[in-house]
Design a protein around this ligand. Structure first.
Ligand SMILES: [Zn+2]
Length: 133
């Protein structure tokens, strides 16, 4: 099984490839799927700002494309000095494939790290239950 260090290394490598010419704020993410596979992604900005995509969305898209549907662990690394938390949209994207107890490791390039759960990030999230599922 892959280690957290592997996930952090993949998130860092993804962050280094980010397309962030507008904000200059690079982000990398890595998700570990129930299959054990790791999927990384970076933010992909666009001159038409709303068309940009967050790192988590890129990683989740790669995971789903490969056939995985369950996230067991998340690493998110921002290029700034402070820990980078997922934006509201990405919290919702993570909720779709992870559980409230899923660990989310917030990291900086320089090695700062804090682990929270998805449930801490998304109290009262909108989910299938809201749709009666
Ligand atoms: Zn986001």
């Amino acid at each position: 099984m892959s280690s957290l260090a592997d996930m952090i290394a993949l998130a860092r490598a993804a962050m280094d490839k980010a397309h962030a010419p507008y904000s200059r704020f690079k982000v990398g993410a890595c998700v570990r799927a129930a299959s054990g596979k790791l999927y990384a992604g970076c933010n992909v900005e666009n001159a038409a700002y709303p068309q940009g995509q967050c790192a988590e969305a890129t990683a989740i898209g790669a995971m789903v494309t490969a056939g995985d549907r369950e996230i067991l662990e998340v690493v998110l690394m921002g290029g700034g000095p402070k820990l980078c938390t997922p934006c509201g949209g990405c919290r919702q994207k993570l909720v779709e494939f992870a559980k409230p107890g899923t660990p989310v490791h917030l990291c900086t390039r320089k090695g700062r790290k804090r682990t929270v759960t998805l449930g801490q990030l998304t109290p009262m999230f909108f989910g299938p239950k809201n749709l009666g599922k």
